[in-house]
Design a protein around this ligand. Sequence first.
Ligand SMILES: [Zn+2]
Length: 210
Amino acid sequence: MTITEGVTMLQSSAGSHVFLVQADENVLIDTGNPGEFDAIWADLRSLGVDSIDHILLTHHDVDHIGNARRLQEQTGARVWASREDIPYIIGEKPRPGIKRIIQGIVRVEPPRMSGSYSEDLQFGEIQVIPAPGHTPGHVIVLYRHVLFIGDLFAIKHGTLRLFPSYLTWNAQAVFQSLALLKTLKFDWLCPAHGQPLQRNNAVERFLGQY
Ligand SMILES: [Zn+2]
């Protein structure tokens, strides 16, 4: 599904979306649930894409890092995440709460990390913005007027919904990250869970609460 010129939501990753940005370089935002590599790769090939320059991980959850290693091996992509979330991705720190149990059931081979985001890390026109709360180092990504929100919140059938507290590292930090959204210029919200939404009154009402 094409969101806007140069931005595609891959069909193969309906459970936890993977977005492709084709700007100066080919960039993937998140990599879906484990075991989806073949479908994601077929998707990319059908779009005429056979190389990925960067993979930007929004956070450490297994449904976002699931195919990073295979995609990296296939395409030579460099893989990036926040300094706070990398220890969870590479297995240096156990994930908190229920995510620790999920991590025990769903095994993920970690990618080789190329580095961490610093304050103003830019990938051409793509800007990485810290938005902690869902995890300690959760980030959102802005490309032109498209905002990729990872798991800051979900969008189901046009309704914007926070994640339940048992999946949230720090609710207060989530609220602060939501307040930050009001300062950003965007037309589209692209969540990992749910459907992309063009900015409308429901978005304004939701953000107005924070
Ligand atoms: Zn998720």
